[in-house]
Design a protein around this ligand. Structure first.
Ligand code: FES
Length: 166
């Protein structure tokens, strides 16, 4: 499935420009896709209670309607930084801020595990069930999975990221 990249807001363009310093850190051997000393970081899971919860202004950080997931990036700060990621379990979607936003199915193509994901400092998604590894485009890097993770269409309009699952 094709990915559309949305138009980034001024703030986010500035942020990503600032994120250029990550490249320097990488050259110094400091990975920016991990925030702790372990090799694999569990992907933060958004449970059902977080979805469609409106704030005082009637805005939801994450809302799901049918096959559309809508993330208000002003309210959902767990995706703010390049290298951050989120698993929205109700929609079986993993969202990664990889400079732009990428959305992949959370259902592993090996045996269907959908909650045991981690993201390592080599920018690989690791399925904890049997150890399959995927890159941020869903391609298999290591089996036993042999098929890529499905990538979902994304679009961004200012602070709203929309993901269309199939
Ligand atoms: Fe993911 Fe087996 S279900 S590696």
């Amino acid at each position: 499935m094709k990915v559309k990249s949305g138009k980034l807001s001024e703030d986010r363009r500035k942020f990503l420009k600032d994120a250029g310093s990550f490249a320097v850190l990488s050259m110094m051997g400091i990975g920016f896709f991990t925030s702790c000393s372990s090799d694999d970081d569990p992907v933060p899971v958004v449970d059902n209670n977080d979805v469609n919860e409106n704030d005082d202004n009637g805005e939801a950080a994450i809302s799901i309607q049918g096959n559309t997931v809508r993330i208000n990036l002003d309210l959902e700060n767990r995706l703010d930084e390049a290298g951050s990621w989120l698993l929205i379990s109700q929609a079986n979607v993993i969202v990664i801020n990889d400079g732009g936003f990428v959305a992949l199915t959370a259902v592993c193509t090996h045996a269907g595990c959908n909650t045991s994901w981690s993201f390592n400092n080599q920018r690989q998604l690791v399925c904890g069930c049997h150890g399959s590894r995927f890159d941020t485009e869903g391609n298999v890097l290591q089996g036993p999975a042999s098929r890529p993770l499905e990538m979902f269409e994304t679009s961004q309009d200012e602070n709203i990221l929309t993901i269309t699952t199939s």
